[in-house]
Design a protein around this ligand. Structure first.
Ligand SMILES: [Cu+2]
Length: 274
């Protein structure tokens, strides 16, 4: 390569070459620094496996899980007896008047009917709803279960085991509202929800004491606590998630968790009396 400098002489040429050499040196050093930072970033940042957008991914690649116990501190609220005098069929289904489910605290101080689900962190993938329907039964003029989860697009079957007419009436904020009668012996009603919503209260227009809550999620990672107040969410891919515990009476709580492959994370929740 020839560098021509007007009115050139030996010293001007030297200066020009020195400048070119200095610029090249600085550029190389810059690249080396940038490369070194990139290597550090790659090796020190937590790396999560790439995510494929299907429900199969959850089953085959999600090997982590989160489980925990939901406790209650303070005096358990008193729960009203449900008076079913209005409908003799309902009344005759119970030896003793049952108590309202909301506000129930298990004997060991844990909470049943807590809907625990992955609120955020699973948006990296999309999930198809399971083929099996979720079932909401009406038995003894009460909803069974009191709290249940379904995925967006999953079929919800509402069945009745009672020889009386019910009128199922979900009260969503983000989904479409409907209410429909179901006489004794009628076929199950089949419904779907199109948007995630935690949770949708359900009432019966015939029996004002009947209450249920449906948690609608866009991922399959949810669980409802029972008589032991515990929950387990399986099939989680490694990653960071926000999980929320929802209760009808005591509000909600969230926690940030980090799940590793083949490991179980513990996330306990404690709710307090208002
Ligand atoms: Cu009813």
């Amino acid at each position: 390569m020839r560098i021509q400098v007007r009115g050139s002489n030996a010293s001007v040429n030297k200066i020009v070459w020195l400048i070119i050499f200095a610029v090249l040196l600085v550029t190389m050093l810059d690249r080396r620094t940038a490369l070194a930072s990139a290597i550090t970033a790659v090796t020190s940042a937590p790396s999560y496996p790439p995510v494929r957008a299907s429900a199969v991914w959850a089953e085959q690649e999600g090997t982590g899980q989160v489980s925990g116990r939901v406790s209650f501190q303070g005096n358990a609220p008193s729960r009203a007896k449900i008076v079913m005098d209005k409908d003799p069929v309902c009344l005759s289904a119970h030896r003793e008047a049952p108590l309202a489910e909301d506000g129930e605290v298990n004997g060991d101080g844990t909470l049943p009917n807590v809907f625990v689900y992955v609120k955020s962190g699973a948006e990296r993938a999309s999930f198809t709803a399971p083929d099996q329907p979720a079932i909401l039964d009406q038995r003894g003029c009460m909803y069974q279960p009191h709290v249940l989860g379904v995925m967006v697009g999953q079929e919800l079957q509402i069945t009745s085991s009672d020889p009386t007419t019910h009128n199922i009436h979900p009260l969503p904020r983000d989904n479409q509202e409907w209410n429909q009668s179901q006489p004794p012996g009628a076929a199950p009603l089949t419904k779907k929800f199109t948007r995630p919503e935690v949770t949708i209260p359900v009432k019966c227009n015939q029996h004002p004491w009947m209450k249920a809550y449906i948690g609608v999620t866009s991922n399959p990672f949810y669980s409802v606590t029972g008589t032991a107040g515990t929950f387990t969410i399986k099939g989680l891919p490694a990653g960071k998630y926000t999980i929320e515990a929802w209760t009808a009476t005591f509000g909600t709580e969230t926690q940030e968790i980090t799940v590793q492959a083949n490991q179980s994370v513990t996330a306990d929740f404690t709710f307090r009396a208002h």
